[in-house]
Design a protein around this ligand. Structure first.
Ligand code: PLP
Length: 353
């Protein structure tokens, strides 16, 4: 607390990101980064863009990237927005669309940044419980509301809603914005981007941080009707017109163009996820049905917090959430096969006592 803080600053409860240890001795399975490098074409494009033109501001309309993302999904440029990571787009969406007179709905178990943004923008919230299997039930989103947001697949539960359920949610909520955060959609889900022509209130947000291995570049994408995209641009241009720098624009365009590399890397992560899930199950763990680049596991006898600490001592970082309903679970990002072998070996030692 400081006397220089505004009442708003004093009231905030900021997001706490996963640890980024400075020493390299840990196997890092705690922030859902991709274990494989970005496309070599993306790195080359970034290197090429690091030239004398850096004295100039980047294009505030991000035209090259907007066009590339629109082309990727067969949309028009007016249906695409790009931002400095999807977290920034989420923040803009909270400001642009959600009605503070009514409650914003999102799952009780979900990405913890949503609560933080709601507080920042003074929004009332109603947490809609996921069921006993941690699945989102769209039929529960019936309360009068000022907007809805949910990740698909959900985090940290890793579970996917089929497109038919997203459609049901949209059919029941037509008068307010519905935001689907697809940070993990490329690891086995079907994107709701295909629905945006039908539902002018649907905003789909994606990121290059996970499936494109570019967490360090900070690039997010959003897709929706022209009126929603205009809304995001109104917020952005009231905040910072140059959210994406020249290097990020160049790298992101090249990454989106390298489909073959993207497919190969995501397929590898998916194959490793399936293998590690079975190995954890063999050790007595239960896992949710993951369609993300992480798994969500629990052991019937050994407390999750203890496993978390023991893994840490063995040099493996995973994520533990000390919060109701999920305090017996661990979220484990999918690393390389070698990293996951070390993780499974460490788990085996812990289970063996
Ligand atoms: C990782 C993540 C994001 C943030 O991604 P950035 O583009 O790196 O800001 C957004 N939503 C969810 C659910 C995530 O897990």
């Amino acid at each position: 607390m400081s006397k220089f803080w505004s009442p708003l600053t004093a009231s905030l409860v900021p997001y706490v990101p996963g640890e980024q240890p400075k020493d390299k001795t840990y196997i890092k399975l705690n922030t859902n980064e991709n274990p494989y490098p970005p496309s070599p074409k993306a790195i080359e494009a970034i290197q090429k863009a690091a030239d004398a033109d850096l004295r100039l501001y980047p294009d505030p309309t991000c035209e090259t990237l907007v066009e590339a993302a629109a082309g990727y999904y067969g949309l028009s440029a007016s249906q695409v927005f790009v931002g400095n990571g999807s977290d920034e787009i989420l923040a803009f969406a909270f400001a642009a669309f959600f009605n503070p007179e009514k409650k914003l709905l999102f799952p009780d178990i979900t990405y913890s940044f949503y609560k933080v943004y709601a507080k920042l923008y003074g929004l009332q919230t109603e947490l809609v419980p996921v069921n006993e299997q941690f699945q989102i039930e769209v039929a529960s989103y019936t309360a009068d509301n000022g907007g809805i947001i949910l990740p698909n697949p959900n985090a940290p539960t890793a579970q996917l809603l089929p497109l038919a359920d997203i459609r049901k949610l949209l059919d029941a909520n037509t008068e307010q914005a519905v935001v689907i955060d697809e940070a993990y959609i490329d690891f086995g889900g079907e994107s709701a981007v295909s629905l945006i022509q039908e539902y002018p209130n649907l905003l789909v947000i994606q990121t290059l941080s996970k499936s494109r291995s570019l967490a360090g570049l900070r690039v997010g994408l959003a897709f929706g009707s022209e009126e929603l995209i205009d809304g995001l641009n109104r917020i952005k241009n009231s905040f910072n017109s140059y959210t994406l720098d020249r290097l990020a624009l160049a790298g992101a365009v090249a990454a989106l163009q390298d489909e073959a590399y993207f497919r190969e890397a995501t397929d590898r992560v998916i194959a490793t996820r399936e293998r590690v899930t079975h190995e954890a199950q063999r050790l007595g763990f239960k896992a949710t049905d993951s369609k993300a680049n992480f798994i969500f596991i629990t052991h019937p006898e050994i407390p999750a917090k203890s496993i978390f600490q023991q893994l840490r001592e063995k040099g493996v970082l995973v994520r533990y959430f000390d919060q109701p309903r999920i305090d017996e679970y661990l979220r484990v990002s999918i690393g390389t096969d070698e990293e996951m072998d070390a993780f499974v070996a460490a788990l085996g030692d812990i289970v063996a006592g």
